[in-house]
Design a binder for this molecule. Structure first.
Ligand SMILES: Cc1ncc(C[n+]2csc(CCOP(=O)(O)OP(=O)(O)O)c2C)c(N)n1
Ligand SMILES: [Mg+2]
Length: 289
């Protein structure tokens, strides 16, 4: 069991704060996740490293500080839910689940193999800890609204966190869902947008300009927080602030860099959906020592 996961299991009881990771420890976890993303996509020879690397701090803050969850009991009814809407960032989710002890870290090297529980896009029937099968963009916020409404109906105290891509936010379904979440005053729902500025084939400002992004969310009735998505302190504070917002859903717009942490991948569209080759894996891991 990793040091991080020992601590995180204590988060099952939110009253126990001593066990929680320090920011320095979370920085170390984030580096491990980046190394996993590189090695698993490199070994698979395919996958989506860019949009996985950009959201590393977001999931690190969630799994090691914010979420109430129990890797020994992935279906614990009162667990907070983390829903990955941008399902192509599966390597990111697999890395953080493995580091949290949902399954052995060695499993990561089976990414995308036939019969592996770690397919190229997430499948909730195969992978412990995966809440929603994804890959077709635009659906996760709608799904999350259902989960948040169910929690309210059943008087359960869990919270729902959903990670969207900025390119994904071109989907009309995202805005139908945004409207519905505000209509139902879902204050147990937090959306995080990995605002890395790029999508599959270009910069969002060229493909489909989202600006003014924050004002759009505000106009749809959401409480909006903007953070540096690589700053763990800012992320943790934003998640804390969201807990105090009543009768409104919260969106955290996390400004990030696609490919973050590996110099030749940063803002490089080539690595949206292409794995590093063996030499690039070596270079990347050197940078992440
Ligand atoms: C409905 C749908 N349309 C198109 C695609 C193909 N696709 C996969 S990733 C992607 C770009 C997504 O961009 P973004 O949400 O910004 O992801 P990130 O930059 O975080 O990788 C697209 C268009 C898809 N998976 N689903
Ligand atoms: Mg993007």
């Amino acid at each position: 069991m990793s040091e991080a996961s020992e601590v995180q299991k204590t988060n099952v009881d939110p009253a126990i704060e001593e066990g929680s990771l320090s920011v320095a420890q979370m920085v170390a976890v984030a580096k491990k996740l980046r190394r996993h993303i590189i090695t698993m996509t490199g070994k698979a020879g395919s996958g989506h490293p860019g949009g996985s690397l950009s959201a590393v701090e977001i999931v690190t803050a969630l799994y090691f500080k914010v979420l109430r969850h129990n890797p020994d009991d992935p279906r614990w009814p009162d667990r907070d839910r983390f829903i990955l809407s941008k399902g192509h960032a599966a390597p990111l989710l697999y890395a953080v689940l493995a580091e949290s002890d949902y399954f052995p870290v060695e499993e990561l090297l089976t990414l995308r193999q036939v019969d592996s529980c770690l397919q190229g896009h997430t499948d909730c029937r195969l992978t412990p800890g995966v809440e929603m099968s994804a890959g077709s963009l635009g659906q996760g916020l709608s799904f999350s609204i259902g989960v948040a409404l169910a929690g309210r109906l059943n008087a359960q105290s869990y919270r729902v966190y959903v990670l969207l891509g900025d390119g994904e936010s071109d989907e009309g379904q995202v805005w139908e869902a945004a409207m519905a979440a505000a209509h139902y005053k879902l204050d147990n729902l937090v959306a995080i947008v990995d605002n890395n500025g790029q999508q599959i084939d270009g910069w969002n400002r060229d493909v489909m300009n989202l600006d003014p992004f924050n004002k759009k969310w505000q106009a749809f009735g959401w409480h909006v927080i903007e953070v540096d998505g690589h700053d763990l302190n800012q992320l943790v504070n934003a998640f804390e602030q969201a807990k105090s917002i009543k009768a409104q859903p919260t969106v955290i717009i996390a400004h990030t860099t696609k490919g973050k942490g590996v110099s030749f991948m940063e803002n490089n569209l080539d690595f949206h959906g292409k794995a590093p080759n063996a030499a690039q894996v070596e270079m990347a891991l050197k940078e992440l020592e």
